[in-house]
Ligand binder design. Structure first.
Ligand code: XMP
Ligand code: MG
Length: 184
């Protein structure tokens, strides 16, 4: 596809840049308050969580460390299967660490549920989750999420790290695409 104005593909802005910014302020304050005296290891899930990680982590007052993981769900299509393959593992040793997984979105919950189990089994002192978005209606498994930015309807969203066919990650807000974008 050729370069073009992303605005032309958008049906609606669901969450504005300002709303994201204000919510991240609140989430960061809560995380700081809950983890006084602990050095957190933030684990970002590539690629979608890059923007959340950058904007959430710089709001924290306490010193943290940061690491990254890339995972992929086996199975076909856009639906998560719950069987996860590690494409890029962490560099950090989790033994005794307080881990906060940073995610863009929790949909069925299958990916995060697997990740929670995997990271917990590595000897971490604690493993929690912070996600910008959550689709509550789509939750197939119970996942305890400590920090949620916004609950959104069960619709496919793009922007602020989230992609459609690797595009739209660089939109500074969360939006919905026009149906014809998917159909083409
Ligand atoms: P689970 O396992 O919770 O999967 O179903 C979450 C992962 O699915 C992707 N996902 C989306 N990506 N817009 C996107 O760009 C969406 O609306 C959306 N819903 C789910 C995403 O990779 C997430 O990590
Ligand atoms: Mg993701």
């Amino acid at each position: 596809m050729d370069a073009h104005d992303m605005q032309d593909d958008l049906a609606q802005v669901l969450i504005t840049e300002e709303e994201i910014s204000r919510r991240l302020d609140e989430m960061a304050a809560q995380i700081d308050a809950d983890h006084e005296g602990q050095q957190l290891l933030l684990v970002g899930v590539l690629k979608g969580a890059v923007y959340v990680m950058a904007d959430l982590s710089r709001r924290l007052r306490s010193s943290i460390q940061m690491d990254w993981m890339a995972v992929s769900s086996y199975g076909s299509g856009t639906k998560s299967s719950g069987v996860v393959r590690i494409l890029k593992d962490l560099d950090a040793d989790l033994t005794g660490r307080h881990v906060l997984i940073v995610e863009d979105i929790i949909d069925s919950g299958l990916t995060l549920s697997w990740l929670l189990g995997n990271l917990s089994s590595r000897g971490a002192a604690s493993v929690e989750i912070a996600t910008l978005l959550r689709k509550p209606e789509a939750l197939k498994v119970e996942v305890d999420v400590a920090y949620v930015g916004f609950d959104i309807p069960t619709e496919f969203v793009v922007g602020y790290g989230l992609d459609y066919a690797e595009q739209y990650r660089n939109l500074p807000f969360i939006g919905l695409l026009k149906p014809e974008v998917y159909e083409n």
